[in-house]
Design a binder for this molecule. Structure first.
Ligand SMILES: Cc1cc2nc3c(=O)[nH]c(=O)nc-3n(C[C@H](O)[C@H](O)[C@H](O)COP(=O)(O)OP(=O)(O)OC[C@H]3O[C@@H](n4cnc5c(N)ncnc54)[C@H](O)[C@@H]3O)c2cc1C
Length: 541
């Protein structure tokens, strides 16, 4: 069976980047086909699961918190933290564009779209030596990525003034259609019916997500010389296979920075996986001790979350075994444990303000109990000896000796014997620094002994590296046009979102200031749409 359809614009990929492109093109009177590999319920891609954190510069929320941010400060942070070199011409251009326009193109635009942000900004990725975000700029969309995505889908439907929009779910693009070397459409298979569909369009927008949705791709792209663990979980999109990237590369497009990834250091297998190898990324507790497979504290510099995710991942990846342990107690867990994404942040997702405040102030027993109940990687015991036995049972080894675990806890707790004037531990120093910022203070315990009376039971969580975003992708200019090896725009071909490395084939360089991904999708998509509508894509009429 074969079907042929056509439109002004063909968008391949129904994630946030593809949907925003579609909204803007439809609003300008273009007809759009949006084709997506996933099911209709999962239209929206990763953004549907996302937490909704966004790095935004000089916003009203920051100003209310008396933060004087500016594109200049943010750009300095961005380039230094991402280690962007002089050769990263296009990523640097996108970085500048981002910091200059995130306020009006993302914050103001989303507000006009009927979305709002939580009233506090968080201070993430501060850098190990203060070389990350010099200011808090992590804004959270009220309703998480889920609300953001559903609202975008709603706006896309509303922008269809009459049969201008065709959404094809369950359709996988297998080939790009060419005439005289120019992309003029694509061929897809409908996985629900087996039907082949030929789609012709003046302009084709690639919005198929990242490269590292499969672990094979992740391993193949891993930067040589960086430690790579023998096992990892998958927290990326299972259909972000990189196949279309390679098809376009075969036509002259350039894939750059493919080895750069934004992975996370503390994943656990998803208790209800959506696909094979699916992981959940914990936002681990700042006060937990990170231990190696023997139950010894990893050092000499202890691991602490919230300062440098890239370095944390490398430290975890360099361990002898592909997992680490977090040692904590119930008091820490209820205040500090969180999980990334819409799924486990229901108070924010479902606008339950009072319950959100209650759980923030009094502790989130609900989440901790849920994880203990659903995940066998969360272990609880009244004694450290009992915990060591459970850790060994889970790992299937005898690596954790009860006396070693006891020594680890005692050594940390010794810091508190002489009082807080005499603390001398890097993790405690970092925790105290974090607690100077109000929103962090609400979510971080005052330093205390692990074995403090009434703080139990003890907990151990076994975590491993989890993949997430591809920082590299197809090289694009500031109009999101795909460039060839000579730096020329390829006729009628655009690329947006994670597929384009959030702009320029790798706008973040080696590290993200965090929360640069959803805004990166919006910025690249809106730039593409503006260029398409203005007819700058050299589209073949
Ligand atoms: C749990 C979680 C939490 C996150 N939290 C945040 C956060 O707080 N802040 C932030 O900035 N980022 C966050 N992210 C990352 C962010 O969600 C993604 O980077 C972003 O949504 C990517 O959007 P995209 O449209 O570029 O690609 P995707 O969302 O990956 O969408 C690509 C789409 O293309 C489709 N596709 C792929 N190949 C084909 C093909 N051949 N034919 C047809 N269709 C195809 C796929 O089905 C998919 O729907 C999070 C991600 C996850 C998983």
């Amino acid at each position: 069976m074969q079907k042929a359809i056509q439109s002004d614009v063909l968008v391949i990929g129904g994630g946030l980047a593809g949907i925003v492109t579609a909204i803007e093109c439809l609003r300008a009177g273009k007809s759009v086909i949006l084709v997506d590999r996933d099911t209709p319920e999962r239209l929206g891609g990763l953004a549907l699961w996302a937490f909704g954190g966004m790095a935004l510069v000089d916003t009203p929320v920051q100003r209310r918190m008396k933060l004087k941010d500016s594109p200049e400060i943010a750009l300095k942070d961005w380039l230094r933290y991402g280690e962007l070199g002089e050769q990263d011409v296009l990523p640097r251009k996108w970085a500048s564009y981002y910091v200059e326009h995130s306020r009006e193109q993302v914050y103001d635009w989303l507000t006009e779209c009927g979305l709002s942000f939580m009233p506090a900004v968080n201070w993430v990725e501060r850098g190990m030596q203060g070389n990350g975000n010099t200011l808090p700029r992590y804004h959270v969309v009220w309703g998480t990525g889920q609300r953001l995505t559903l609202r975008m889908i709603e706006l896309m439907r509303q922008a269809d003034s009459g049969n201008c929009l065709t959404v094809l779910s369950n359709h996988e693009v297998l080939e790009l259609e060419l005439t005289h070397g120019v992309v003029v459409g694509a061929n897809a298979i409908n996985h629900a019916t087996g039907e082949n569909v030929q789609m012709a369009a003046q302009t084709v927008v690639l919005a198929m997500g990242g490269i590292n949705g499969s672990l094979e791709q992740t391993r193949a792209n891993w930067v040589k010389g960086r430690p790579m663990p023998t096992t990892m979980l998958n927290g990326a999109h299972p259909y972000a296979s990189g196949k279309l990237h390679h098809l376009v590369a075969g036509l002259g497009g350039q894939i750059t920075h493919a080895g750069e990834m934004w992975n996370y250091a503390a994943g656990v297998p998803h208790p209800k996986p959506h696909f094979e190898g699916h992981g959940l990324s914990l936002i681990p507790c700042k006060s937990a001790l990170w231990l190696n497979h023997r139950g010894e504290r990893i050092g000499p510099e202890p691991l602490v979350v919230g300062f440098d995710t890239h370095t944390l991942c490398q430290r975890v990846a360099a361990q002898e075994k592909p997992y680490v342990w977090h040692l904590l107690n119930w008091r820490i867990a209820i205040k500090e444990l969180a999980l990334s994404g819409a799924e486990h942040n229901q108070r924010i997702r479902d606008h339950q303000t009072l319950m959100f405040l209650k759980e923030t102030l009094l502790g989130n027993h609900r989440l901790v109990k849920q994880m203990v109940c659903e995940s066998r990687h969360f272990l609880v015991d009244d004694t450290l000896a009992g915990l060591a036995a459970k850790m060994n049972a889970l790992a299937g080894t005898n690596d954790v000796r009860a006396d070693v675990l006891q020594k680890t806890a005692d050594a940390f707790d010794a810091n508190f014997v002489l009082g807080d004037r005499l603390y001398n531990d890097e993790q405690i120093r970092r925790i105290e620094h974090a607690r100077h910022w109000g929103p962090d203070k609400m979510r971080t315990c005052k330093p205390a002994p692990l074995q403090a009376r009434g703080a139990g039971p003890f907990m151990a969580i076994q975590t491993q590296l989890i993949t997430r975003k591809s920082l590299g992708g197809l090289q694009t200019d500031l109009q999101s046009r795909v460039l060839d090896a000579r730096g020329q725009a390829m006729e009628g071909l655009y690329c947006v979102g994670e597929a384009a490395g959030f702009g320029g084939g790798g706008a973040c360089g080696k590290r993200s200031l965090e929360g640069t991904f959803l805004p990166g999708c919006i910025l690249t998509a809106r730039s593409a749409a503006r260029s398409i509508v203005a007819g700058r894509g050299l589209s073949h009429a």
